[in-house]
Design a protein around this ligand. Structure first.
Ligand SMILES: C[S@@+](CC[C@H](N)C(=O)[O-])C[C@H]1O[C@@H](n2cnc3c(N)ncnc32)[C@H](O)[C@@H]1O
Length: 377
């Protein structure tokens, strides 16, 4: 181990762990472990910048500072205090502790938070030889104490606003997808950037914009900031190097055939504005269109959609007629691969075909299936 080594945890929404793990491995990190909702891996300092810049499907990246078992508040205090917090936090750090506890002896989260905070403050007072209260007037460090079956995991959040906040979505409609989920929907297909790509229910354009970012290999975090950029112990040049690497790897010359449609003209205006913000002025083609009028212009292609789900009973007949129309259209284009995410449990019945594969995904708190119909080769 050199002092430059860190252990990072990329958090993943339920069901997306394999995607996040493969993204971490694509970044070149090999010592990777995947558990429920978190991918733990070894990296160097620069890995903090690279992970935040590049991970499309993860929620955030945390720096692991300690792991131990604790069954009493004393044990929690002593083992937290034994960690070298002065390696990470300056003496004026603003220390914000959040917590969670599950199936553990120490179940009172507010108490655990306040003990962890006291232990860190006490450690810093000793190390920095401060005999009064800490001022906490500096950079904010969000520290998490997570306890699962009596095992305590302490982390510092490196990300800040969640990774889904790419910075381009200045406008959004009624039920926008998180950008991380939209990127996951694209990554779960076999689409390659040389193939046509259509989202016929584009709303604010999230899926199409994420496809364009993937298609041109643009780092999704390129236009935003991260909490760890303010950390003093990290060399500032690592951020510049990670940004330079992202600039070198972006393939702005990759031609793309990506289209987004929506029945609502206001959605199309929003999608256009968001795409402009993402830097794709003319790259994605937008059109106001009812999916019932969609007609693929090529033999082969990929359709990825997040249609209305019909959660309210009164919307069901309309939604079901949309599914039926889409199925009717796509059956004449057997070489197209179709991917639809919906919570409607009878989607396949209305679409008219059984999916090649289904995958359970959560859209926020809504349990959905991602229906995948593979095109004929
Ligand atoms: C769940 S939203 C999609 C949200 C989108 N993925 C986003 O991130 O903003 C469903 C979209 O389908 C559109 N829609 C509803 N009926 C449609 C139809 N018949 N044809 C095309 N679009 C339709 C709605 O206007 C809405 O924007």
């Amino acid at each position: 181990m050199t002092t430059n080594d860190v252990t990072l945890i990329a958090t993943a929404a339920m069901g997306l762990e394999t995607l996040v793990k493969s993204e971490v491995m694509d970044l070149g990190y090999t010592d990777v472990k995947s558990e429920n909702g978190k991918i733990t891996y070894k990296a160097d300092y620069k890995g903090i910048a690279r992970s935040n810049l590049w991970l499309r499907t993860a929620d955030r990246v945390k720096l692991l500072t300690g792991e131990f078992n604790a069954y009493s508040f004393d044990e929690l205090f002593e083992q937290t205090k034994a960690l070298p917090w002065e390696d990470w936090l300056p003496e004026d750090a603003f220390i914000h502790v959040v917590g969670k506890s599950h199936k553990s002896t120490l179940y009172s989260v507010p108490d655990c938070q306040s003990i962890v905070k006291k232990a860190i403050v006490s450690r810093l007072q000793d190390q920095y030889k401060i005999y009064t209260n800490l001022e906490e007037s500096g950079v904010r460090y969000k520290i998490e104490v997570a306890i699962l079956k009596d095992k305590v995991t302490l982390t510092i959040d490196t990300t800040g606003a969640g990774l889904h906040k790419r910075g381009y979505r200045i406008e959004q409609g009624e039920a926008p997808l998180k950008q991380t989920l939209a990127a996951s929907l694209v990554k779960l297909t076999n689409w390659t950037p040389d193939q046509p790509f259509v989202d016929p229910f584009t709303g604010s354009g999230t899926i199409a914009i994420e496809a364009a970012l993937i298609g041109q290999n643009i780092a999704p975090g390129f236009n935003r900031e991260f909490a760890a950029e303010e950390w003093e112990f990290l060399p500032p040049k690592m951020w510049d190097e990670a940004l330079e690497e992202a600039e070198d790897l972006a393939n702005y010359d990759q031609p793309l055939d990506i289209q987004g449609f929506d029945v609502d003209h206001r959605a199309i205006e929003m999608a256009q504005n968001n795409a402009l913000e993402a830097g794709f002025a003319d790259l994605i083609k937008w059109k106001q269109m009812n999916v019932k009028d969609f007609k693929p212009q090529t033999d082969v292609g990929y359709l990825v959609g997040n249609p209305p789900y019909g959660e309210r009973l009164k919307d069901r007949p309309e939604v079901e007629s949309i599914y039926k129309a889409l199925g009717g259209i796509m059956k004449d284009y057997p070489k197209w691969s179709v991917y639809v995410m919906t919570s409607h449990e009878e989607f396949e019945k209305h679409y008219g075909t059984s999916a090649s594969k289904k995958r359970k995904l959560f859209n926020g708190f809504i349990k959905t299936d991602y229906y995948q119909f593979f095109g004929k080769k």
